[in-house]
Design a protein around this ligand. Structure first.
Ligand SMILES: *Cc1c(COP(=O)(O)O)cnc(C)c1O
Length: 332
């Protein structure tokens, strides 16, 4: 894979750290846990969408678009970061927000919602849960077009082959760091939502011949549905970046046991994980993605599915700005 053929903007200086988590490792008494600090990526507040946007926004600029349109949930890290990239590039940005939990939208809410306004969003449109988001964004694009600007639509989570290329690049970065530090990982664990992160990592690791399983912890869907969605993007991304041999669907493993009762709503394991990581490692997780993913890692370690003595890398995909919209639920 030669990613230099794609236009790319750079939003992070250097590599994000890989750190050992000694206290979590002690508490779990099983695997050695490492963390890839993608919560420290560039753009406002960091997180995984920054890597995807390096390729997606570069594509938009390359084609001379001037307005980014994207969508997400009401506390969307992806919307915050797309807006941040637009600010940095001197572009405009409009958001379509999906109210996935009935009556949950509050224009004055904290967290990412507050940051939309602080970052100077041009326009926000809120639609009901279950709406066709692509259609809603196309309507916004028509408005932008009528106003004489050039709209570029980014799908939810920037999870298309161009965006997932950011995590193909991340797989190369992890490979470098493994060489530099003399580390080997038996497994990589990551939150799996709109699928671009897990699909990009799977494609990238395969393309690097690394043979490390990438386990996704679902945040919104059951196992089989998520695995199918991830595999679909793996195939498209492999094609896009030029991985020659075909990747088997066996390369995709997801766990659907940790996301309920619903996307973006806390459960006991998630609360435990958020409090634990804050109090023993000083690391902030988030309630929607990384808290659920870490709850999965903890449970799979306790059950011995992730085995004693194995080295496991948790990819911290960010999201801590959303914590500030969940203060009461988390400090229980
Ligand atoms: C979007 C997001 C994810 C999920 O990544 P996908 O590529 O959508 O699967 C995980 N963590 C955080 C903090 C996110 O914002």
């Amino acid at each position: 894979m030669n990613l230099t053929k794609f236009p790319r903007r750079r939003y992070t200086e250097g590599q994000t750290p890989i750190e050992f988590l000694p206290e979590l490792t002690k508490v779990l008494g099983g695997p050695n846990v490492y963390i890839k600090r993608d919560d420290l990526l560039g753009l406002t507040g960091g997180g995984n969408k920054t890597r995807k946007l390096e390729f997606v926004v570069a594509d938009a600029l390359d084609k001379e678009y001037d307005t980014l349109i994207t969508c997400g949930a009401i506390q969307s890290n992806h919307c915050r970061l797309t807006l941040s990239a637009a600010v940095k590039e001197g572009m405009k940005c409009r958001l379509v927000l999906e109210e996935r939990v009935v009556n949950s939208y509050d224009k004055n809410a904290s967290g990412n919602n507050f940051l939309y306004y602080l970052l100077g969003v041009e326009k926000i449109k809120v639609v009901l849960g279950g709406s066709n988001m692509m259609e809603a964004m196309e309507q916004v694009a028509e408005e932008v077009d009528k106003e004489g600007h050039k709209p570029y639509i980014i799908p939810g989570g920037a999870s298309n082959p161009i965006g997932a290329t950011g995590y193909v690049a991340c797989a190369q970065e992890i490979q470098n760091q493994m060489h530099e530090k003399g580390l080997n990982f038996d497994k990589i664990v990551v939150a799996s939502g709109s699928t671009g992160t897990q699909a990009g990592l799977i494609t990238g690791m395969y393309g690097c011949n690394m043979n490390i399983p990438i386990w996704g912890i679902d945040v919104s869907r059951d196992k089989e549905i998520q695995e199918k969605a991830v595999y679909d993007l793996v195939q498209k991304t492999a094609d896009h970046v030029g991985v020659n041999s075909s990747i088997s669907s066996n390369a995709v493993t997801c766990f659907g046991d940790y996301w309920r009762p619903q996307y973006s709503l806390l459960n006991a394991g998630t609360s435990e994980a958020i409090n634990m990581l804050a109090q023993i490692e000083g690391i902030l997780l988030d309630p929607v993605y990384t808290g659920k993913a870490m709850a999965g890692l903890i449970d799979l370690s306790r059950k011995g599915v992730i085995k004693k003595g194995e080295n496991v890398l948790f990819v911290h995909t960010g999201g801590s700005p959303a914590l500030f919209a969940y203060q009461k639920e988390i400090l229980n």
